[in-house]
Design a protein. Structure first.
Length: 563
């Protein structure tokens, strides 16, 4: 078809639904670019791109069914049906081959088109899209669809605005933002719901295995998914999942401000130290996070606050192949409460600073509150999580001996379900735990504090430095007698270690000064102390004797006090 300039129209698709299109400069011998917009937008989405392509390529943009001026048709929608709609328009216009591009939902359609009509796609241009939205996608997309039905599309405006546009862009380009939101709220709610369900069901990974054509993947430079975002799911056809696996459209005009990626490799910053490429995934549910952990790959790590992982990466100890960020599911697993049995329950994603400030912790578990004040510094405590702290396996950390002494338990959740492990039994060696690679700590349960308790951290340099020795003690008293003593040493040992010999001395003899000294000697005799940069084993042996007497004195001095 000879069609110079701009032409618009509607073409009946294979099932009779009229599909609206706009064509520019067809018939001039220029290569053709066929484009499909993102969810809840229309073909105007591509106007800035059309201006840039003028004179260099012919453009064909369609309104996906249920969008813009196209007919709605009967649900359910499928990505394949939308891909066939594009084919039907191309057939009508006499376009045999085209570079097919799409953003978000449109990228899924472009992948579907290339996978099922391989002879008709000369290339792919994929913007903030994915081959699969992840195992939790059906439920998550259904949740969004349900809100649209119950409260209307305006109820999703804030959600869409903050995900399509950065704070800076919203401030600089309010008219663009308003125009896009106007298009969004004008959508047919039923068509929007059908499109949401379509994306929740879409899995284009089998199609990608056979694709052999030039492909360019673009992702927003400041997108919430990061450089390994949707693009990783689109460019790495054999990789599992996407960066977040959640329904998020690409920002309109994304092609004008996106970061280019070639061959699935990120561009290197000049003068910077090369970083080994890895995936950075941002799940929206615990189930999705667990599905992205790999029990066979030690390079796949969950990351919560990131304080430990980043140090290991900077030191070159860890070279991850994939980091699964728990940032977006943090609020769901960060509650601090007291259960019916009087036990403290702490979500695995609770920040150390939040636990430290919790009134119930200060009042009823003062040992935890006191210990947390000495953890690293306020900046670290503001981001570090309790689950990450315990799972890290570093014997120098403060919370493992404290929670071991309190008799705490952790809930480990994985693909096979949940199991409970005592914190005391969590560690098997230096940076080694019983936590499987596809498990996460989702909850910590702490029994009521039995009586006098204290934690003493001995450092050789600054107070917030890695300790040369950490010592936690909890005493259950019956008058002047010690009914039960729990003493746990760390930092000077390969893993948090119960000092049962010292406990027995206290339980048999009480807290007289001579008994405490005898218990300190017993502790030094039974502890398997290791030397390091913070001191030799001999030095730490003497340090343990001194620390033991001090921690007992501190526990009794604080008895009855409040954190």
């Amino acid at each position: 078809m000879n069609m110079h300039g701009v032409a618009t129209g509607r073409v009946p698709s294979g099932d009779g639904v009229p599909i609206a299109y706009e064509a520019r400069d067809l018939g001039r011998g220029l290569p053709v670019v066929a484009l499909v917009h993102s969810l809840a937008m229309n073909r105007r989405f591509w106007d800035p791109v059309a201006e840039r392509l003028a004179g260099r390529a012919a453009l064909l943009a369609i309104d996906a069914r249920g969008h813009g001026e196209s007919g709605r048709g009967d649900p359910p929608y499928t990505v394949q049906r939308m891909a066939d709609d594009l084919r039907d328009v191309m057939d009508h216009l006499g376009v045999e081959r085209a570079v097919v591009g799409g953003a978000s939902m449109g990228g899924c359609v472009a992948l579907g088109f290339a996978g099922t009509h391989p002879g008709r796609a000369s290339g792919l241009a994929l913007v903030d899209t994915t081959a699969w939205y992840g195992p939790a996608a059906p439920r998550e997309w259904e949740d969004r669809a349900a809100k649209a039905l119950a409260q209307g599309l305006p109820s999703l405006v804030d959600f869409q605005t903050t995900r399509w546009f950065s704070d800076g862009f919203r401030a600089r380009e309010p008219e663009v933002v308003r125009a896009c939101i106007d298009v969004f709220v004008a959508n047919d709610p039923q068509a929007y719901v059908a499109s949401c369900r379509m994306l929740g069901a879409f899995d284009g990974r089998p199609l990608m295995a056979g694709l052999r054509l030039p492909t360019r993947v673009l992702v927003g430079g400041r997108g919430l998914r990061g450089a390994g975002g949707h693009g990783a799911g689109a460019a790495g056809g054999h990789r599992r999942g996407t960066a977040a696996g959640h329904p998020r459209g690409a920002p309109p005009h994304a092609a004008g401000g996106a970061r280019r990626r070639r061959g699935g490799r990120a561009r290197t910053v000049r003068g910077g130290r090369p970083m080994t490429p890895f995936e950075f995934l941002l799940p929206y549910s615990l189930e999705e996070a667990l599905s992205w952990l790999d029990p066979e790959d030690p390079g796949v790590r969950p990351v919560s606050g990131g304080t430990g992982v980043m140090l290991m990466m900077k030191a070159g100890v860890l070279r991850p192949t994939r980091l699964v960020s728990l940032h977006r599911i943090g609020r769901q697993h960060a509650a601090v409460a007291v259960n019916r049995d009087g036990e403290l329950t702490i979500g695995g994603m609770a920040r150390l600073a939040d636990i430290e400030r919790e009134p119930s912790v200060r009042e009823r578990w003062p040992l935890i509150a006191h210990a947390l004040r000495g953890v690293a510094n306020p900046r670290v405590r503001a981001v570090a999580t309790l689950g990450g702290n315990l799972a890290h396996g570093d014997p120098h950390l403060d919370m493992p001996p404290v929670l071991s002494a309190l008799g705490a338990r952790v809930v480990l959740r994985g693909p096979q379900g949940a199991r409970m492990v005592d914190v005391e039994d969590l560690y098997t060696g230096y940076y080694e735990t019983v936590i499987r690679r596809d498990e996460l700590i989702t909850e910590v349960i702490v029994p009521p504090q039995a009586g006098p308790a204290a934690y003493l951290k001995m450092t050789t340099r600054a107070a917030h430095d890695w300790p040369a020795l950490g010592l936690a003690v909890v005493l259950r008293m019956d008058g002047d007698a010690v009914r039960r003593a729990t003493v746990v040493a760390a930092a000077a040992t390969d893993l948090p270690t119960r000092l049962s010999g010292a406990e027995a001395v206290l339980q048999q003899g009480g807290l007289a000064d001579t008994v405490v000294r005898a218990a300190a000697d017993a502790a030094a005799a039974e502890a398997r102390l290791v030397g390091d940069a913070h001191g030799s084993a001999a030095y730490k042996t003497e340090l343990l004797k001194v620390a033991f007497r001090r921690v007992i004195q501190t526990a009794m001095a604080r008895h009855g006090s409040r954190a």
